[in-house]
Write a protein that binds this ligand. Structure first.
Ligand code: SF4
Length: 462
């Protein structure tokens, strides 16, 4: 009995789990106020990503494209970046932050986005926009390496590198949330407020769960300001929740500003939320208040009602962003469930050194697989053709057809989840997230029991 970590044994991808690096950079950039990114590539690199993010969050927001055409693909397209920056600044007088996000095509043709940023800083911005604060930030996200996850990580690092300044310690804790939902941000802010800790929440997208106001606002934007980004250098500590989505920025702040820094664990489940609070206590010296002990107790009470009777031994497949997948797997193990298949959609060589994966490998006492560079065919094929038995699938909406084909119930979690209402509003982190996740899993299994007439009578006597 062991847990095997291995790469997908096929060339090519069928039904990918991730999209490409520029998508991650775009997700990071919408968390910044007064920021509109320019994606330097074909229009589809924005159009489909923006659609995906918009479907997930059910909000509208703005991202621009340099809209490279055939001539640019052959002769270079930096002139289109110059035009795009000028048009964007003219059309949006409030915009101050403009990341220039490269793509596969513009990296292959070798467009020097660092050079064009220097040229624009010395030319256009001095001549036409003198006196206006504008930050042009080159972000290299070729799609032929990494995934949307590494694209998010690279962008967060580059934004922080661009802005972070030394200064008098401000007593705040930088919180790098990683790729989360508005509901997660709200839950994390709540936990930190209960701890009486002032958080500098970076790339903050809580406002994407926004009210529709009488004045008819229809465009959402993130809440992290330039000042917030500059002040990352003078924070008293940095806590990055995810190793692969913000970990590089945390390491930069640690080395450049000598800040106490902790990366992970993603606070999914009781165990990891306990560690999150303990880390905050370590970084700030603030005690964990009784209110959070009560909150924890309420969550444990809810989980106790479900674990032994309904969740124990249920065989689960999980796919999606690595920090999320690992956190969910740890939570499932704590609930006595059996994660039998974890699918990570890129070939990051560091997974083998991840202590959380190593701990899972050392501790599971049943056959389990962790597949890197995986796709959704890895899931579907195992169930349909190789006899893998599953009770539940955890993952984003792109796997719904695999779940339907395999006749296995599914809980939507991760990005994107566009085929269920309001999921962006509910946290998966913290004690509230643990309760929500466990109850979602249980309710999904209950519905499946009824429809498959599998011990549905148990629900009458529970
Ligand atoms: S794979 Fe390349 S062309 Fe396609 S969306 Fe990603 S960056 Fe754009």
């Amino acid at each position: 009995m062991h847990c095997e970590l291995k790469e997908k044994d096929r060339i090519g991808t069928i039904n990918p789990i991730f999209t490409c690096q520029p998508a991650g950079a775009q997700y990071a950039s919408i968390g910044i106020k007064e920021c509109i990114g320019i994606v330097h590539g074909g229009q589809g690199c924005v159009m489909f990503v923006r659609l995906l993010i918009s479907q997930h969050l059910k909000e509208s927001f703005e991202i621009a494209s340099s809209s490279v055409h055939e001539d640019g693909a052959v002769f270079g397209a930096l002139d289109r970046v110059e035009q795009a920056v000028d048009v964007l600044l003219m059309r949006y007088p409030h915009v101050k932050v403009v990341p220039i996000i490269s793509t596969c095509s513009t990296e292959v043709i070798g467009d020097d986005i660092d050079g064009v940023v220097r040229k624009l800083n010395e030319g256009l911005l001095q001549e036409k926009y003198a006196g206006r604060e504008v930050h042009l930030i080159p972000i290299h996200t070729p799609s032929f390496v990494g995934s949307m996850v590494s694209g998010y990580d690279v962008a967060v690092r580059d934004f922080v590198k661009h802005f972070a300044e030394p200064g008098e310690p401000n007593g705040k804790v930088n919180l790098i949330t990683g790729w989360v939902n508005p509901g997660d941000v709200k839950a994390l802010k709540h936990l930190m407020a209960e701890m009486d800790i002032e958080a500098n929440v970076l790339f903050e997208i809580e406002s994407f769960d926004s009210p529709l106001m009488p004045d008819g606002n229809y465009v959402s934007h993130g809440s992290t300001t330039i000042e917030d980004l500059k002040s990352t250098g003078s924070a008293s500590a940095t806590l990055a929740l995810n190793r692969y989505e913000g970990g590089q920025a945390a390491k930069y702040l640690e080395s450049e500003f000598n800040q106490p820094t902790i990366v992970g664990p993603t606070p999914i489940g009781i165990r990891n939320t306990d560690t999150f609070l303990a880390n905050l206590k370590t970084l700030t010296g603030k005690p964990i208040p009784h209110s959070l002990v009560v909150e924890r107790g309420i969550a444990i009470d809810a989980l106790t009602d479900l674990t032994h009777m309904f969740l124990a031994d249920k065989r689960v497949a999980i796919y999606g962003n690595p920090d999320l997948v690992i956190g969910l797997a740890e939570f499932c193990l704590d609930l006595e469930m059996k994660p039998v298949l974890l699918l990570l959609g890129d070939d990051n060589p560091n997974y083998a050194d991840d202590p959380r994966i190593q701990a899972i490998q050392e501790n599971v006492d049943y056959p389990m697989e962790i597949i890197t560079n995986a796709d959704l065919w890895d899931l579907e094929n195992r169930v349909k053709n190789e006899g893998l038995e599953l009770d539940l699938i955890l993952g984003h909406s792109k796997g719904r057809f695999a779940a339907m084909e395999c006749n296995v119930p599914m809980v939507r979690v991760g990005f994107p989840t566009y085929d269920r209402a309001g999921l962006y509003r509910y946290p998966v982190v913290g004690y509230a997230g643990a309760t929500w996740l466990a109850e979602q899993m249980a309710n999904t299994l209950f519905t499946d029991m009824e429809y498959k007439k599998n011990k549905e009578w148990v629900l009458n006597v529970w």
